[in-house]
Design a binder for this molecule. Sequence first.
Ligand code: MOS
Length: 740
Amino acid sequence: MEDTGTTVVGERVRRPDAPDKVKGTALYIDDLALSGSLWGAVLRSPHAHARITRLDVARARTIPGVRAVLTARDIPGRNLIPMIQSDWPVLAAEFVRHVGEAVALVAAESRDLAAEALRTIAVEYERLPALLDMEEALRAGEVMAHWKVRRGDVQSALGRGDLVVVEGTYRTPYQEHAYIEPNGMIGVPDGRGGVIVYGSMQCPFYVQKAVASALGCDLARARVVQTVTGGGFGGKEDAPSAPGAQVALLAHATGRPVRLILSREEDMAVMSKRHPGRVRMRTAATRDGELVAVEVDYLLDGGAYATLSPVVLFRGTVHACGPYRIPNARVESRVVRTHKVPCGAFRGFGEPQVVFACESQMDRLAERLGMDPLMLRLKNALGEGDETITGHKLTSSVGFRDVLDRVAASSDWSRKRAEYARDAGPVRRGIGLAACYYGVGLGALGKHLNPAGASLVVAGDGSVTVAVGTTEIGQGMITVLSQIAAEALGCPVELVHVVEPDTSRVPDSGPTVASRTTVMSGNAIRDAAAKIRAAMEPVIADSGLSWREAVALCAQKQVGLAAHGWAVPPAITFDLETGQGEAYMYYTFSANVVEVEVDTETGETRALAVHSGHDTGKVINPTTGEGQVEGGVVQGLGYALVEEHALKDGRILNDQFSTYIIPTPLDVPEIRPILVEHPYAWGPYGAKGLGETPVIAVAPAVTAAIHHAAGIRLDEIPATPERVWAALQAKNAGPTASRP
Ligand code: MOS
């Protein structure tokens, strides 16, 4: 066979899924019309915390055209969505614990009838006191998870007396994923006692477990198929298990297909969000800027049920001190239970909150030391041979210093730092820096979900069907995995077809999260491709045949060209008592330089430019890689500048895009994605993954730039005009009104 010498990996191959999405021919869940479908709807709690004293569905059941009304008592299996802790019911039984919690389900012939059925259900509540504040929940002992890191001796280091110590308390808000497509599911009875669930999701195997648990059936009878998904960002990781189980119950009860598509308001009210956070931090360094000790007290508001909060907290805990050499570190972290909507996975997964604190501390420290913030980072940057705060010795693929150098060069850091400091008018420019690192994959707490599978089938015409257990959620998985499959098989990339994830086609491949998809599914594909190549080689030898000719010859000789592949990462070990060990397999590194303009008369901040650097290992497709960076940066700018929720009695007041503000295209500044490639040997072709770092270290770079521009420190985001203006007023009222 001819050596195609394919170098499709690293090329800007066009997205196979793009044309249909652009033309509107892609079928999202709401586009699927199954004949005989019923409309599903959910009765939801109006209270943050209450006892259900009466729940009478008898009248609703008599409405003509209403085919099912279900309460917790009608669940054939367990009333439980399996996640980390066994606390999350499919339907509230005796208590409701957050506004919007599901109490009953209906399925009816029309949307209006479903709504009428909901109104007809008689439900009475005895209201109970609600815990709505995370500090209050902490005092009440409502701790869902508690992690720690113990490295060196922070107490004696802080007691030395010759160190410069800065401290602060930082607060971060809720953040909406703001996927354009709301959550939705369709359940279809399979005619043999099981159910097929189609829907918008990141993690078909999570939904499958929830469906099997609620129906009390075998996993193999709960088949889950992902439909084209309009964004996830973590919001379709844990949360879709609830509508998935609910729609399965309705389909099972009625024997008919049932659609359950959430409205935007319903989605915003009840689906997961980024956890609000509070971080207290003390950072100590020598007078020449060498970090000596960091102490962290990290608190997250988990909401009513644990969902993924313990692992979100874990990621924040082990990354709490940033990508720096720190001999003494003590991290204490807790996530507490409140009577609010459960928070869950969100791009960055517990890092953006703590990185806002950590990097704000670094900026403060640089100021106190009279040191350039870039120099402070470079001086302490992790390199090969260094250890993280969990004692993980990094032996390869540590491109952090390169990333810092590249963002500094791209932004002309030193010159602008000096130039912007001379701005004297009411509108002043500033430039700020922040960095982070990110352990890719499921890490010490998620090892059991690590393995990922792939199935490759080569058809007689040379086209290739690739099935994997991870999902395309807009990030470019189909593109990147097509390139990996083409490279590994030695076939033209146009012949590779990645099909929709279906739990009946591939083994449980874990969730599509933690920036793990390129590496895990990519390696599974390479494993399968190697088996196919091994079957082909003896047939085709050195015949110089093209791919299609080689496939035809194999068919003629009855050599089957299909294989399953499997990827299992190298083992890691971690001690949860000391917080020491390999928290994750390997890390990506990131730094942003942000330029802003602050109007000191109105408090308005405008981002001018973001130079966003990432050591992500080998870049499989520069275009999708740059897209990840651009999207993540915009999401980070939203977090930094505008996004927040207002709540009253545990109810979210701004539950629409007209009231929950996210950046629009007009708010997007110049973004320069900088991809630095320090290959990681176990990753496919050296790739490490890039989904999440782009969002993480944006907010602290923005507030550092605001400080550089206007001399004010914001320890709470978003940096709205009101907050900036108030800080400016406070500064001007103070005795030392001076620019840095
Ligand atoms: Mo994620 S936030 O690891 O889907």
